[in-house]
Design a binder for this molecule. Sequence first.
Ligand code: NAP
Ligand code: GLV
Length: 330
Amino acid sequence: MKPSVLVTRRIPQPGLDLLIGQCDLDVWDSDVPIPREVLLQRIADKDGLLCLLTDRIDDELLDAAPRLRVVSQVAVGVDNINVPACTRRGIPVGHTPGALTETTADLTWALLLAAARRLVEGVDYVRAGRWVTWDPNQFLGLDVYGATLGIVGFGRIGQAVARRAHGFNTRILYHSRQRKPDAEQALGASYVALDTLLAEADFVTLHVSLTPETYHLIGRDALRKMKGTAVLVNVARGGVVDPDALVEALRNGWIAYAALDVTEPEPLPADHPLLSLPNCIVVPHIGSASVATRTKMAIMAAENLLAGLAGQRLPHCVNPEVYSAATRSS
Ligand code: NAP
Ligand code: GLV
């Protein structure tokens, strides 16, 4: 008998193609998330779950899935998954590190430059038919060349952002849990405390994983430490920035601009204040959204899933401790 697998969204076909024939597939064939009650019901008889960051994988779901042997997510961030709860049940969790690093770093720079040079304001102005002349005082922005870039979270994506900074001759500061001497040397980056980075950077980009420690890392106190001319770019997770504090900061000029790929909540309601501020750009969580990258992610997720179903070690496992019997409680 083939293993039974739930796929919680329409994913790029090459990923699904790997599963067709090998699994009994139940695909939530839609562009919107599977409703929670449907997810809980359909997972009941499944051996494998291929999920997205919009699905909450918690004790309730795992209790509803007595046969589940593997969870494979089409994303690198797994803050939507209770990983220790999976580990306790002996369930390996797969993700897609590396596949999206460069694409997400590209979007970070797209947002940084768009904010610095007020691109969205300019586009809106032209589209509204308001462009009457070249104006020496209009849409004056910030120079990126020669500025100080502050990277918070110096992992795969943070370092890829730093690599792109050299053409802009930027001074690179970074903050992470641990210092990274090799990367410092290779990328000409300097490790600093978070407060120093916030005080000195002209552009602050966020790339930390979302954990209890990083939840609202950028709140009122942090925003007050930043320069009045600074730009904040969040390409990590919405929860890393306190949205109420950000609105206050943008309204009161504590910082100049924000550019967000991710928000709290996600999606932002249409009447959210961040969407009416002229000095804030919001895009709909498209960091990894290139054809090639989303295809790679779907393939990687399918490969993780198939390995888990075959009882093999996942190629990209978030909780390798699951393979040590001592860490399982049942
Ligand atoms: P990664 O290589 O694991 O990097 C995460 C970095 O966060 C690490 O350098 C880690 O520091 C740092 N970090 C974690 N907790 C911290 C803390 N409390 N204080 C300071 N630094 C902390 O992961 P990645 O592949 O670069 O991805 C990073 C995140 O980006 C993902 O978790 C995901 O949420 C987000 N992401 C978003 C998109 C998008 O579409 N917008 C796309 C991909 C990823 P250490 O190395 O010192 O431990
Ligand atoms: C996207 O946000 C990811 O974590 O891959």
